[in-house]
Design a protein around this ligand. Sequence first.
Ligand code: SF4
Ligand code: SF4
Length: 482
Amino acid sequence: MAVYDPGSLKAEEFINDEEIRATLKWAEENKDNEELIDRILEKARPVRKGGSFSCPGLTHREASLLLACENPEKIEEMYQIAEEIKLAFYGNRIVIFAPLYLSNYCVNGCLYCPYHSTNRRIPRKKLTQEEVRGEVTALQDMGHKRLAIEAGEDPVNNPIDYILECIRTIYGVHHQNGDIRRVNVNIAATTVENYRKLKEAGIGTYILFQETYHKESYLKLHPTGPKHDYDYHTQAMDRAMEGGIDDVGLGVLFGLERYKYEFAGLLMHAEHLEAVHGVGPHTISIPRVKRADDIDPSAFDNGIDDETFARITACIRLAVPYTGMIISTRESEEVRTRLLRLGISQVSGGSRTSVGGYTQKERPHDTEQFDVSDQRSLDEVVRWLMKNGHIPSFCTACYREGRTGDRFMSLCKNGQILNCCHPNALMTLAEYLEDYASEETRRTGLQMIDEELKRIPTEKVRATAQENIRQIRNMGRRDFRF
Ligand code: SF4
Ligand code: SF4
């Protein structure tokens, strides 16, 4: 029987079924132990040291205990601490991105995704380079600077060379003042050699959702295709890091398995990356199963309600304070508004989840990967964020300054958010307001920039940011960054 070892490179040892079961049992037995819960909550709280905060995070066992706790007062305290951590390490900024679907050809049989190979009802599409240019131009005209590219797994239709060509095309499009400054990549698990090629192509984060950490369920949910290989899929992030990719993004698809199992597995995966590579995941995404062409979410028994979803979000925030958290337009405006306070640091906006969707006047549904709940335009999303007190940020500075992996983490840990991320957010917001915003959004944004500039602690940084914003507005200059 496999023995739990976070430092092992074998999937069954770092995501160890026995350890997850023992964790859940221990959490269930101790969920009313208030003294223990208080101790864990105290540990999770950010502590101010000089000008910065520090936070040790929680182990998968500690965080699982908090997730099991049903005491409303303690849950409220978790929410408050999650918000404190969010403000300490990310401030009131929210980074914005959009997905770009390149191809829905796929050889896998995933039961929860309409792109599975046996679905003959949907048309199959793959963007040509000309079409990629069209989509990217449309995304730039909305104001996007950061994309996550998506493609099914198909060695004939979507080989790595096709993905690399698309990345080159995307970085090469500059429509008016637009450019895409960071391309994150969400493609199937692949080889070290291919990860090295992606790194050389200048990708930002490599994102791969585990879908479920429960091996038995995983094998049933992925009955055919290369993705059926649980170990190869689960060990993908180690190969990505071996290939030189510093920033990796984890995620599970909540609804496929019992959420407590997934939660423990997700945190064990994060602990494994930290143990082996010295740096945890750059981001964690928390999608829930959604309706799509031949997919009915009620066919899966483990759907979670909004309340549970909020608790999961807050507990992840407490466990891995330095990891960004992403919520997509799968979720409604109402759910997103709530989760932003509990630790989310990135949202997508104005998304279309079909192949070639951005160049269509009306939202196409024929190749959608999932129903989009939040269908607002990017301008509306930007205005909504500001009305809720968040600064919409189009910043991509770290990646372009080579601050990836642990160098990015040290920025976060050294409390440089207000001197670095904050002015970068304001400068990129100023660009957005000048180039793409509606009149109302522009008015709200300019007021926010004036107020938020005052919060930059270092006088020199404040003066430089002020001057850069003046040049963005009056002289047409672009792309300043700290
Ligand atoms: S989830 Fe990914 S691998 Fe699975 S069918 Fe959909 S596109 Fe293919
Ligand atoms: S400066 Fe770096 S960490 Fe801060 S918002 Fe920009 S890219 Fe993110």
